[in-house]
Design a protein around this ligand. Structure first.
Ligand code: NAD
Length: 340
């Protein structure tokens, strides 16, 4: 028998399959579409633009990490200028993040076509960066109404980017087990996500263009994102947002460096989830298992490797320490040095 709980699921329509990109015109019918595409998805965006025909309204081809406010403002102005009534975003969390910035103020529906494993497409969480501060918030208007996962689009995602993005998705799974809003449904979702992500990552390291492996990763990312969407974020994500906003660190890689260290401290608070995650990740210690998985996949496991200086790591710890009784100084010291 599970303990008593309240679970809030979120409405989204998920389509996964090779060739699912072809579904966009049907999903977008009746909308005047602003197309947002990350640089590496331009060819796919060209195909979608043609297929949309008269439903195509305009296009943005430049996206940046952490959604700088000036880019968000420009994108909102563009949406108004072209008379958009909907958005199709093809790319990683940055492209989807820009779409969310528009949806936040204009209320336009988003069709998300993720090409990384950030999981952003499954969450109502938005982010925007101004003067080195990354603000995040939750608003159901930014939750994509349809998510189209086509593994063909992520076949060319470089291994390094793939592995770091999987680390980002695993961070959603792990943190979704210990937040205040975690429940048995988010836990089981997170555990299945972690299983698929590990399997997909090992498959992709063997054969980067394998469509089954890429589907496994998209499936895992989708579950990871929905677990996070229901369970909310905690210490780990808050630390990564602080680091990303203040020092412009790469988002996914920052997760990889910080996650094992936060897990070391937080996972013992949730012994059942810890044991379940250890089983699917085939490790006897969750924090060390994550560290080793990231190392095997070639993801940096220290903030030092990402260019953060030791004094910046200390400064970040001081900024954060006041808001928690957990020893953030130790977490960030270890994350900076990459201690196993
Ligand atoms: P990203 O979107 O910047 O993509 C990472 C890199 O992969 C980029 O260089 C991009 O050009 C490249 N790329 C993407 N698709 C590709 C493809 N198919 N082939 C080749 N290269 C490709 O980064 P990300 O890690 O996906 O997302 C990070 C952003 O998303 C951050 O701003 C983060 O805050 C946000 N995020 C938000 C949530 C949320 O719930 N709101 C969740 C996770 C991440």
């Amino acid at each position: 028998m599970p303990e008593a709980f309240i679970h809030v699921g979120l409405p989204s329509r998920v389509i996964l399959g090779a060739g699912a990109l072809d579904q966009i015109p049907l999903e977008a019918s009746g909308l005047k579409v602003l197309l947002i595409a990350t640089k590496s998805a331009r060819d796919s965006a060209d195909v979608v633009q043609l297929a949309l025909g008269d439903d195509f309204a305009g296009r943005i081809d430049e996206v940046r990490q952490h959604v700088p406010k000036e880019k968000a403002d420009a994108a909102r102005a563009k949406a108004i200028e072209v008379g958009a009534t909907g958005i199709v975003a093809i790319g990683g969390g940055s492209a989807i993040g820009l779409a969310k910035a528009i949806a936040l103020t204009a209320g336009l529906p988003i069709i998300a076509v993720p090409t990384t494993y950030s999981g952003s497409e499954m969450t109502p969480v938005w982010g925007q960066t101004e003067d080195g501060n990354k603000k995040t918030g939750t608003d159901l208007n930014v939750l994509p109404k349809t998510v189209i996962y086509d593994p063909v689009l992520s076949r060319g995602l470089p291994l390094k980017v793939t592995a770091a993005s999987v680390a980002n998705a695993l961070a959603h799974c792990v943190e979704a087990t210990w937040t205040d809003k975690a429940d048995p449904i988010t836990e089981v979702t997170a555990v299945e996500a972690a299983r698929a992500l590990r399997e997909g990552l090992l498959q992709v390291l063997e054969n980067p263009t394998d469509l089954d492996a890429r589907s496994n990763l998209l499936y895992g990312a989708s579950l990871a994102g929905s677990a996070l969407a229901s369970a909310g974020t905690g210490l780990h994500h808050k630390l990564c947002h602080l680091l990303g906003g203040a020092y412009n660190l790469p988002h996914a890689e920052t997760h990889a460096a910080v996650l094992p260290q936060v897990t070391r401290v937080k996972a013992p608070e949730v012994p059942r989830a810890k044991a379940r995650l250890e089983a699917v990740l085939e490790t006897t210690d969750l924090a060390t298992g994550l560290f080793d998985l990231f190392s095997t996949a070639g993801v940096p496991t220290s903030l030092r490797e990402l260019g953060l200086t030791e004094s910046q790591a200390k400064e970040a710890a001081e900024r954060f320490q006041a808001s928690t009784s957990i020893d953030v100084r130790e977490i960030l010291n270890r994350a900076w040095a990459g201690e196993r």
